[in-house]
Design a protein around this ligand. Sequence first.
Ligand code: GYE
Length: 331
Amino acid sequence: MNLIKARFLYFATLTLTLLLFASCDGDEEGANPGNTDDSIILGFSQIGAESAWRTYNSLSVKEAAEEAGIQLLFENAEQKQAKQIKAIRSFIVYQVDVIAFVPIVADGWDNVLTEAKDAGIPVLVTDRKINTADETLYAGFIGTDSIREGREAALFLQKKFASSERANPVRIVEISGTEGASCVIGRAEGFREIIESDGSFEIVYSFSGDFLKSKGYEIMHSILDKISDIDVLYSHNDGMTLGAIEAMKERGIRPGSDIVIVTIDAEQAAIDALRRGEVNCVIECNPRTGPVIMDLARKLAEGETIRRLIHVEEEVFTEWDDLDAIEPRGY
Ligand code: GYE
């Protein structure tokens, strides 16, 4: 491609991108074609709205940006990595001060993050992690410790079945989240690290429900079509758990009694199910990362270095706890 053509394409892309941000009426919060003040501009690529957790996470980011006086260009990728990469490229062309994003899957980010690095724009990875050999491609990570969440699920089951007359081995069905997402890999890894060394448990089925309630429902029905002797459901998020519970009830199965249920996120509906005895353990995955993201974005915009790894505080709620003491979840 000759130089004139390359230059034409560059300026055409730049013009189109500026027009995109100037004219778009989507989720872009505070998009401002001309940065008329010295406020920080943060480009944020969110993966979508697949669960109540995700929706609340987006709200946390938007409210925190407003509170912090940070101009937020917020792009929703509708579960497509290609859309996230396109959004990050548009942030680069727009010359934002900082880029933050939730990587829907762990692989495939090196090229676009190299472009951000070459443009001198610091990148903050949030919620889910990325795999890269080049640690200079991002400034730091803030989000959940998914391996710990998986371990907590296994530790609860060891305690729950310690003195149980249930069959040996205890038969576990796992409904996991989006394949390739770091939180799914971590939740599976942390769980298996303990379960597989215990010898009293067996994971008889594991399917991906993509973090969707509808898929949790479908997968539970399809598993119950095949086998009836299930002791435990380990589900990677509350949305899929709630779908699976609907399927169990339709078959006269008592969730939380006939099948012990461990779920992750801790949205209000899961806590309510815990209080009804339909769920036995809820592991919190904290979506309230907006304020910390803004604090880190400000530091990066001002040229400061930040901690490479920040895991958010998370609790575990079990059937043995004082369930009335659990604060309203907000989502
Ligand atoms: O558990 C789920 C959401 O990335 C940790 O994604 C997050 C997960 C969360 O869809 O509800």
